[in-house]
Structure formats: structure tokens, C-alpha cells
Write a protein that binds this ligand. Sequence first.
Ligand code: GAL
Length: 373
Amino acid sequence: MKKLFKVLVLALVAFLVVACGAANNGNNDGNNNGNNDGTGSTGETYEIGVAIYQFNDNFMTLYRNELQKYFGELGAEDGNTYNVEIVDSANDQARQVEQLNNFIAQDKDLIIANMVSPAGADTFLQSAKDADIPVVLINREPESTSTLEIWPGKTTYVGVDARQSGRYQGEIIAELENSGDIDGDGKVQYIMIMGDTENVDAQQRTQYSIEQLEETIETELLGERLRGDWDQTKGQELAAAALAQYGDEIEVIFANNDAMGLGALQAINAAGRKVGEDIYVVSVDALEEVVNLVVEGEYTGTVLNDHYNQAHTAADVAVMLLKGEEVAPYYWHDYVRVTSPEDAELVRKDYRTETIEAYEARLAEIDDQKIDE
Ligand code: GAL
């Protein structure tokens, strides 16, 4: 009996040793590290929450699809499982706050956020920090560098510098033979169709496109800046109304994105005007449809908003954070001026990182230049 008891105790001890070993393995040093150690054991599973400001947006749809696809590719490569839950914030700030709080309550491993209102980022990042969930902000740059100081190393913005896209639009018009001055009065009369006015992209594209053009020729805004919320139908309606009001006076239509530019093109055609002859239209994103129109000479120009590299970098940076690494506050890609389909080709490019200090120094330099002018 005693002997049997001894055997049973030994068997139990052996079982516990094996069981503990297995639990430890699964835990992979308790650090939630990705399993890149080449031992061939099964990978980690990560829960990632993604909130997109609005699904009904051509550019963000390209971005979102690329992000989802690329996380799948990453998982196939590194053996980890990236469970990506993407939600539609439907351009509703209150709804997004609820969705982000849900992600936090579900204890996601990481959150990727395309803020409806960048002004809401600070409160959200503070809650994410309290819950120890790293965050990658995308597409809508925080209004101030201080947002990324709330939780340095664990929060970041991946994007493109919208000033650059504004300048490229200005350059495209400036480099036309008549610099956009169709009637030869020495001034470019234009209308401006903006996205949503709280958005850094909208503000900077508006400001820098005109500043750039003014390095070559004087400009005159007809009426007020118009708000089209990145939407094609609104772009069409606003352009139609402006064309009815100002007629031939309008020489250039600037639109903050291609969707609104396409709307403007519909209005231009309906008004019996002809792009490249008696009016110009320029915008940003390089949607395939617009690139084709540019090539055919039916659209003046666009600028590639590189969703492919932004999505890949956002996911690569997310993986660094999931592995417990510290990341830079800013990861940048470039806009590209598009004159041929090759310019809009999607190929992986290097990102640039920037510290808060470097970014602030760059901003101070931009301000200095303005004072000098
Ligand atoms: C811009 C893009 C627009 C729209 C907007 C949403 O970068 O050019 O088309 O998607 O983001 O924030």
C-alpha cells in the first residue's frame, strides 16, 4: 500500500513538472514577446483593435484593406496570429470614443486609431496608457507634439507631411505654361474645396498649395473656402454652385482630395468647361481613376498619398510595440507628385523617424521662413 502511494506521488510530481513546463512555454517568458526565435514552436496570438474614422472614404478604404492584408502576411511569415478587429467610427466622435473604450475594456494588445477628431487623441492616449495598451495613430496627425509626450515610446504617429502634398499641388499649377493664369490678368483665380476643417491634412494642403503657387504668381480666392468633408458628392455640389456663381472667372479648382476633385470634374463637365483648356483641377491621393484621367489629359494633376507604405509601416511599428520595444514618436513617408502611372506605383519604401525635438525645430524653421517673407 505504502509502495503504491509512493508510486502515485511520484507520478503526480512528474505530471506537475511536465504541466508547468508546458505552461511556461506557452507564456514565452511572460513578456508577450513575438515568437521570432526560430525554434519553430507555435507563435503568439495578438489582439489588435483598429478604429477607422469612416469606412465610407475611398482613401481610407484602400488604407484599411492594405492594413488587414499586410497583418495576414506578417502572421504567415513570423508564425504569430494577428487578430485584427476593424471598426467603422462613421465620422462620429462619440461613437469612436465608445469603440476605443471598448477596445481598452477588452484588453486588446494594441490599438491603431484613425481619430475622427484629432483633438480627442489626448484623452484616449491617457486611458490607453493607464491600461498599458500601446497605440499607433494613423492618417490624422495630432495637432500638437505634446500628444505624443503623454506616453513616450509606446505611442506614435505614422503618416505623411501634409505640407508636402500642398506644395506639390501648388507646383503642379505653377509649372503649367500659363501658371494657371488662363485669362492672362496676372492672377490665378481659384476656389478651394477643403476636407473637414479640423483636419491637419485639410488645413495644410489648403495653406501650402497656395503659398507654393504664390512663389510664382499672384492668386485670388473666389468666395470662401468650401467644406466638402472629403466627399465626392459634396465636391460636385460645391463646384457646381461655384461654377454657376463665378463662371469663367474660375481658373483653378483646388480640392484637398481626389474624391472631391472627381466631384468637381463632374461639375466642370456638366458646365461645359474643359480641363486643360479653360480650367484646371488638382488634388491629392492618386486614386487609380484620377491617375488614369491625368494620363489621358482630362485632369490636371494629383499627388500620391501613399496608403501602401503608411499601412505597412503602421503594422511594422505595431509589431515592434507588441514585442515590447520602444518606438519613435513620428514615422514619416513621402507624398509623390504624379504625372505618370509609374509615379503612383506601390512599392515598399523606407520610413523616416523623427523625435519631438527634431520636429519642433523643423516647425520653428518653417515659422522663421514665414517671418522672413
Ligand atoms: C486624407 C486623404 C483623404 C481622406 C482623409 C481622411 O489623408 O487624402 O482622402 O481620406 O485623409 O482623414
